[in-house]
Structures are given as C-alpha cells and as structure tokens.
Design a protein around this ligand. Structure first.
Ligand code: PMP
Length: 436
C-alpha cells in the first residue's frame, strides 16, 4: 500500500517520462496527452527552452520572499504578462495556482470596494454550473453542488445565475436574442440581490471543466459588460483554463467585445513546469487599495523566481512558436473531425469548443437532449477505455441534476495534424468499444 492518497483507493500507473504530447509510464506504455494534464501543459512536456531557463534560474536563486526582494524573473514576467493583456490591465499579482488566483481576484475587488466607500458590496455572482476552485472561498463561487454543499456551513455560498447552455435549452447560440436572454438573468439577479450589495460577476469566457467547452451565445459577453457597468459591478474573468492561448487567443475573452476589470490565470501560464498563477487588475482598482494601506493578501510562494522564470520561458515559447494561431487552426480541424464522429455515433449529442478547448457530450437522445442515465457512469467508463488505449482525455459529469458526461479533448497547443489523426483514431476506436 502506498502512503499517498488523492481521491479514492484506485492506483494509477506510475509516470516515468513525458516529451511533447506524449507520456510514458514505468512499464514503457506510451500515452498521447489529449488533455494537457488538466489543460495545463499547453506548450507540451519537457520543452528544452523552459528547462534551460529554469536551470539558469536555479543556479542563481530559487527563492526570495516577496516582502524582502523583487526578482528579475518576477519583474520580467509581470511586464510580459501585462503586455499581453488588454491595455487597461496593467497590475500583476502572482500566486501559485488557480484557486489562489480566483480568491485573489475576489479579494482585490472587495478591497477596492472598501477603499472607495462601497463597503456594502460583497456578493460575487457566478454561474451554475461552474468550477472556480476547491478552497473554501473559491468553492463559495463554484456552482457545483456536490462539491460545495458539504462545506456550505463553513463558508458563505454566493448567488448563481444559469450558465448560458443554449444547446440544452433549445435556443440558437448564433442568435443575439439568446445571449440577451441569459444576460437578462444576470440583471434580474443583481436587482433581486440589491445592486448596492453586488461586488462582482465571475465567469469563464469559455466554460471548462463544469460545462465542457461551453462557448457563450452571440451577444452575451457584450451585454454582461453593459450590465456590470450599469450597476457598478466588477467583471472578473476566470482564465485559469482558457488563458495562455488555449482558445486560440492569449486570453479567451479576447474573442468577444468585453472588458474585464480583473483577469485570473494559472494552468497554462506555468504549463506544468512550475505551480504559477496570476491576478491581473485594472490599475484603477489597484491604486485606491494601495493608497488605503495596501493589498492585505498574499501567499508565501507567490512570485518565487523559479516559477516566474519558468512562466517567462513558457510565454516566450507561446509567442515564438505562434501557439495561439496553431491552437486556433488545429482547434477548427479538431472540431470538424469531432463532428465527423458525431455523425458516426448517435450517442454523441453535441460537439463544441473554441481553439483547442473542445468537447463532445454523450446524450441518450439528441432531440430531447436527455443525458445518459447516471448509473451508467458513462464519462468515467469512456475515459477508462481511452486511457487503456493510450489516449488521455478529460471528463466530468455535473452532479446536480444537469446534463453532463462531456469529454474534453484539449491536447497541448503544439499539436500537428498527425497528432490529430492519432487522437481521432483513438477516440473512434474507444467509441466503438464503448457503444458495443
Ligand atoms: N478556475 C478554473 C476555471 C479551473 O478550471 C480551475 C481548475 N480546474 C480552477 C479555477 C482552480 O485551479 P487550481 O486547481 O489550480 O486551484
């Protein structure tokens, strides 16, 4: 028996090596990493430039506490990241992961409200379903009842509005009226809560783990910004999964006419080389907080030079290799190929995505959009079959009465068409076995 435990008792194969889009276990079996870990390893495994940059940094220093030293690496990465943001997002605060980034964004918003005489604002509205992290603060805004309900007495669950899942509600995602329909629900919620109590609206531009690559309907992103402006509500964009090129732009929200006040990132920024995240805020928010005595928040490992050196090299690779453009191009091809599988397999009820954040969803009936019976445990069964065949895909089922059983196909952004062939072939064979 191992001393280690994560979720259950099951043991996984032991990872030996990883290079590019492939991983090998200690038995020598090869896997194609069709999920980039958990949408983390955007530039692929063992990138030599990143490893060299980390080696150079390790030889200089591996830690300097942020209240004692700035480091060249953290300064350089902050500058690089700010340069990739919309122009008003200039101030960068480093953390070590996605939940920390989400909490930092919420606390920045709250401290801005306190610093500017808006202390009545504290509610962060988010969406149902959604996933924003597993710490108690991030769970309060996570719309995923089975994860958050057990801890509700220990935190303060925040209000939720429905995620714009037009495909389940029988609405046309290309029709602006659809986007406005879901945005209206945000406005109604703000009014019901009392606008003077609402601090922020938190969302992913393209839904990740909880909604399976959910692309917002036309008009939605523009309208939610207007509503936030109208009621003095801040817009926090959770780019933990969508950021760092995953959707074909550096930030997912760049696809739409919207302007976040705060962006939070993680996963693809450290790209699996080091734990790293960032909260990037409008200086209009940061300055009053600093004037009022400083941002009362921070983590010991935040901004450590090794993580920042890795992050800087990752961002440089994304730019040097044109990985945003590759994600856009390969993503389009992947979605077209997934549509091909949908024609072949009746059990696939929907295909969606943006860039290389793509998914298909199992349904028992395409017309009624009825999910597969939960007892089948479809997503886990499918993931296990693919894994057995050496293809890693990522999956979740929402456990709160919503549909689910979506399979996310999110390979590293360095994929070629030959890799796509391999992924589609693996999915095809796995689907064949799954539907037998
Ligand atoms: N936000 C989003 C959108 C995520 O997908 C995740 C992780 N899946 C998180 C936040 C939390 O990140 P972490 O697991 O690094 O704390």
């Amino acid at each position: 028996m191992s001393n280690l435990f994560y979720q259950g008792r099951g043991r996984k194969p032991v990872l030996d090596q990883a290079r590019g889009v492939y991983m090998w276990d200690t038995d020598g079996k090869r896997y194609l990493d069709g999920s980039s870990g958990a949408m983390v390893c955007n530039i692929g495994h063992s990138n030599p430039s990143v490893l060299a940059a980390m080696q150079r940094q390790m030889e200089k220093s591996t830690f300097g506490y942020r209240l004692h030293f700035e480091t060249e690496a953290s300064e350089a990465l902050a500058g690089r990241v700010a340069g990739l943001m919309p122009p008003h997002l200039t101030r960068v605060f480093f953390v070590s992961g996605g939940s920390e980034a989400v909490e930092s964004g919420m606390k920045m918003a709250r401290q801005y409200a306190l610093a500017t005489g808006q202390g009545s604002r504290w509610k962060v509205i988010s969406r149902q379903p959604s996933y924003h992290g597993c710490t108690l603060g991030a769970l309060a805004v996570t719309g995923y009842a089975s994860l958050s309900d057990p801890f509700a007495p220990m935190m303060r669950p925040m209000p939720k509005v429905p995620a714009p899942r037009a495909y389940l509600d029988g609405l046309d995602p290309e029709d602006e009226a659809t986007g406005l329909h879901y945005a209206d629900m945000l406005e109604a919620q703000i009014r019901a809560e009392g606008p003077e109590t609402v601090l922020a609206f938190l969302l992913e531009p393209v839904g990740g783990a909880s909604t399976g690559a959910l692309v917002p309907p036309a008009g939605y992103m523009r309208r939610i910004r207007e509503i936030c402006d109208q009621y003095g509500v801040l817009l926090i964009m959770d780019e933990v999964m969508t950021g760092a090129g995953r959707t074909g732009r550096f930030l997912g929200c760049e696809h739409w006419d919207t302007r976040p006040d705060i962006v939070v990132m993680s996963k693809g920024l450290g790209a699996g080389y080091m734990p790293l995240g960032a909260m990037i805020a409008d200086e209009r928010l940061v300055e009053p907080v600093l004037d009022a005595g400083g941002f009362a928040h921070g983590f010991t490992y935040a901004g450590n030079p090794l993580a920042c050196a890795a992050g800087l090299a990752v961002v440089e690779e994304i730019e040097a290799q044109g990985l945003c453009a590759n994600a856009a191009e390969m993503g389009e091809k992947l979605i077209a190929r997934l549509h091909g599988l949908m024609q072949k397999y009746e059990i696939i009820g929907d295909v969606r995505g943006k860039g290389l954040l793509t998914a298909f969803e199992f349904m028992s009936d395409r017309n009624s959009k009825a999910p597969l019976p939960r007892e089948i445990g479809a997503y886990q069964r499918f993931v296990d079959i693919a894994y057995e065949r050496g293809l890693i895909v990522y999956s979740r089922r929402t456990h709160d009465g919503y549909s689910g059983d979506h399979i996310l196909v999110c390979p590293p952004l360095i994929v070629t068409e030959a890799h796509l062939d391999e992924i589609i072939d693996g999915l095809d064979r796995s689907l064949e076995q799954f539907t037998q």
